[in-house]
Design a protein around this ligand. Structure first.
Ligand SMILES: Cc1cc2nc3c(=O)[nH]c(=O)nc-3n(C[C@H](O)[C@H](O)[C@H](O)COP(=O)(O)O)c2cc1C
Length: 371
């Protein structure tokens, strides 16, 4: 059914317009109590064996919506209604900004992939904080808040921009994510170097503690798949040193070669710069996750994202070391029942496995490989 809708409608539209159309429908349905209850009754995870504990939070299932889909926190209940166990909003920047000129989102349909150079188009931390403060949650979904740097802020003032966002947003966040890995803000990924990342993460930690005195808001960092292996290790060590709560691996990739892309090279070249996501990212994201788990074991919660399409992909990520898993691109290709399929499939994989709980399965493959 969704395939037909995709082929007949969305595929013929500009991808960003299609996104806003679908997003609008989700929001409309979620505003009608009887409809949203009906949809959530079918799609939301309720199986007790899927309940997941992560950095002190209890979630109804391990699979959530990755950052970038709901940048301004306008559809949290709509996404919860569709069965995502958590919703990561953002990236939100200190100041509002329009992002890059359009066209800035592209589909690689034969590859089930996307390329985007959105450039953190968002309403800014003050507006998003006001929206979150006024929110009257319908579904008790976990909300992650992902923050990034305002484009016009010079790199040597980046920490202050993140701190502004953290001070405004931390109190509304179940967890906070420092995004230093999007390829579409010049210089952003340089903040992943440990020398820059240490003071940045420390400043955001302090800002969160200052602005939310009664609660320690979990703090995570989101990294790129394009980091060299030694840099992945360095970020992992830093995360342990700073007592970070989690690492999200990974963001989109700037790579095009070596991904086995089926889309014609000329078409890919014509698209130009941007981060590639979806199925071709699967293997590198998995590799980064395995490396992180081998390095930090159970000391830090890992969130696996990048190229997850099926329950098998999500299960593989859990066995590799992820406590939570997220996705974005495959939602475009799979449609509204995607989160339900993943959660149901995970319950089936768990039942057929030697593990009593999802928590027991986390990292099992990576631990075996290390023996
Ligand atoms: C259109 C688009 C916009 C995105 N925007 C953000 C963003 O603002 N912040 C962020 O941390 N990640 C962003 N991402 C990256 C996703 O959160 C995710 O890490 C990446 O797409 C890999 O997952 P996937 O293969 O399931 O899409 C974006 C991805 C896409 C496709």
């Amino acid at each position: 059914m969704y395939r037909l809708l995709f082929d007949l409608l969305f595929r013929r539209m500009d991808p960003e317009r299609a996104h806003h159309l679908a997003f609008g429908w989700i929001r409309q349905v979620s505003r009608v109590p009887v409809l949203r209850r009906l949809v959530a009754a079918v799609l939301a995870p309720r199986l007790p064996q899927l309940r997941t504990e992560a950095f002190g939070l209890s979630l109804p299932g391990p699979f959530g919506l990755a950052a970038g889909f709901d940048k301004n926190a306008v559809a949290i209940d709509g996404m919860a209604m569709l069965g995502f166990g958590h919703v990561e909003i953002g990236t939100v920047t200190g100041q509002p900004q329009p992002g890059n000129p359009r066209q800035r989102l592209f589909r690689l349909v034969p590859d089930r992939a996307l390329v985007n150079r959105m450039g953190f188009n968002n309403e800014g931390s003050a507006a998003v904080a006001a929206r979150l403060a006024a929110r009257n949650p319908v579904f008790p979904v976990t909300v992650g808040v992902n923050i990034g740097k305002t484009k016009v802020i010079p790199e040597n003032e980046a920490a202050a921009d993140y701190v502004t966002s953290a001070e405004r947003l931390a109190r509304h966040a179940d967890y906070l994510v420092v995004n230093v890995s999007s390829p579409n803000t010049p210089g952003l990924r340089d903040l992943q170097a440990v020398g820059q990342l240490r003071p940045l993460l420390s400043a955001v930690r302090e800002a969160a503690d200052r602005s939310v005195p009664g609660r320690r808001v979990p703090l995570l960092v989101k990294i790129a798949p394009d980091l060299a292996d030694e840099d992945v290790d360095a970020v992992a060590d830093l995360a342990v040193e700073l007592g970070l709560d989690g690492i999200i691996a990974t963001n989109t990739t700037i790579a095009r070669d070596g991904l086995g892309l089926a889309t014609e090279a000329s078409a890919i070249e014509a698209i130009g710069a941007g981060g590639l996501s979806g199925a071709p990212l699967r293997s590198r994201s998995l590799e980064v996750l395995r490396r992180l788990y081998a390095r930090v074991g159970g000391r830090i919660t890992l969130v696996g994202v990048g190229g997850i399409e099926t329950a098998d992909d999500a299960w593989e990520r859990i066995l590799a070391g992820a406590t939570l898993v997220q996705g974005y691109s495959a939602f475009v290709y799979e449609g509204p029942c995607w989160a339900r399929r993943i959660h149901r499939g995970l319950a089936a994989r768990l039942a057929a496995s030697p593990y009593a709980t999802l928590a027991d399965a986390v990292g099992a493959d990576t631990r075996k490989a290390a023996v």
